[in-house]
Design a binder for this molecule. Structure first.
Ligand code: UD1
Length: 353
């Protein structure tokens, strides 16, 4: 059983769903409903060929406690109904933690995909979710050597397996299709190649406080090229609440893109500016320079290899986006794009199916 609820989890689910079916196993998909806007949810199922969920919890928005608690309560019934051999949870969202806790309490084996990532920022909700989930899980499926080391440092050794990064699996497939098809795209049709930046900002630490959001918006509005902010509902809602315009100077907004369109936009851009976890890595894999508007990153390899720079003040952001091109690299810290099959094999072995 896969439990997913937020946009990055749908991307990770796609290669896993295909790998489970290819290996001849039955797969139940539970959608918690954490992300409910069609542009954050339905388009991913459609474009990535993911089967319809077998159960939908419809939790919607709420405080961390309300959102997580509602999922926890509902998961009991779902687990009793489907009796899964293993519950697979993804990444670091409230949906991840809720599914892991309810499964562990009802004695269903839990596997955590993307285990071992750490920002070491204990104020981040994602850090709470990933640390607690790794310690609850029976099997930790790690994407990188660094993640394996973090798990070992916390005493998790005999239940950790290095499988590689499943987002790399999807990304390579979609990149090849995008390059072959060259479909119309709202962003790439409007902005000339290499003449714009792709931006996404949604994290609580950049959006919740009006002073911080104003500072980020100000930095993006003074860039040397148009900055196309693919506005997550959270950033739109917070900007409206605080009377901050997201159309200012070089900054302009568009709605979030479907996954293939996003990849096409990144490939065509001069660079990415983001506080997303996944997009930093996607930029690196597409060899597009990235500026990450955060104090730390879980994907340290992108920084070490020179393709990602952490920047927070307007001055740091301006310097980072206009920095010289990074040195080419053929390093593959995230694997070769076969992580989903490895993850499924590790799960099957751990439960003896
Ligand atoms: C969540 C994850 C984060 C992940 C991100 C990807 C947690 C704690 N955070 O953050 O790790 O990187 O998803 O996008 O789980 N909203 C809508 N429509 C939707 C979904 C959300 O309007 O479909 C609005 C709601 O008003 C909500 C806000 O966005 O208050 C935040 O949504 P939430 O699910 O709490 O977290 P994200 O910021 O999306």
């Amino acid at each position: 059983m896969s439990v997913v609820g937020a946009r990055p989890q749908f991307v990770k689910l796609a290669p896993i769903a295909h790998a489970i079916t290819a290996a001849g196993h039955e797969h139940v998909i539970v959608h918690t409903g954490q992300h409910y806007d069609p542009m954050l949810s339905d388009v991913f199922f459609r474009d990535l060929g993911i089967p319809e969920p077998d159960a939908h919890l419809g939790v919607g928005s709420g405080s961390h406690g309300v959102q997580t608690g509602s999922m926890l309560a509902q998961m009991d019934e779902v687990l009793e109904r489907f009796q899964p051999d293993c519950v697979l949870v993804y990444g670091d969202t409230n949906s991840t933690l809720a599914a892991a806790v309810s499964a562990v309490k009802l004695h269903f084996p839990v596997a955590h995909l993307e285990a071992g990532l750490r920002s070491f920022n204990r104020a981040m909700p994602e850090e709470h979710n990933r640390v607690l989930t790794d310690h609850a899980a029976d099997l930790c499926l790690a994407p990188t050597d660094v993640a394996m080391q973090h798990l070992a440092n916390e005493g998790i050794t005999d239940r950790a397996v290095l499988v590689g990064d499943v987002m790399t699996d999807v990304l390579y497939q979609v990149r090849d299709a995008v390059l072959a098809e060259q479909k119309p795209n709202a962003v790439t049709d409007e902005f000339a190649k290499g003449e714009f930046y792709v931006a996404t900002i949604h994290r609580a630490e950049n959006t919740n406080e009006p002073e911080r959001l104003r500072e980020v918006v100000s930095a993006l509005s003074q860039a040397d090229k148009p900055v196309v902010l693919l506005a997550h509902p959270r950033v739109r809602a917070k900007a409206e609440e605080h009377g901050i315009s997201l159309e200012a100077g070089s900054l302009t907004t568009r709605d979030p893109l479907a996954y293939p369109e996003l990849i096409a936009a990144v490939l065509s851009s001069a660079g990415v500016i983001t506080d997303s976890g996944g997009l930093q890595k996607e930029a690196f894999l597409l060899r597009v320079p990235c500026t990450t508007v955060r104090h730390e990153t879980e994907w340290v390899e992108t920084v070490e290899l020179g393709w990602n720079v952490l920047a927070n003040t307007p001055e740091e952001i301006a310097a980072a986006i206009t920095r010289p091109a990074p040195a080419p690299t053929d390093a593959t810290p995230y694997g070769e794009g076969h992580a989903a099959a490895a993850a499924v094999a590790a799960i099957v072995e751990s439960i003896g199916a």
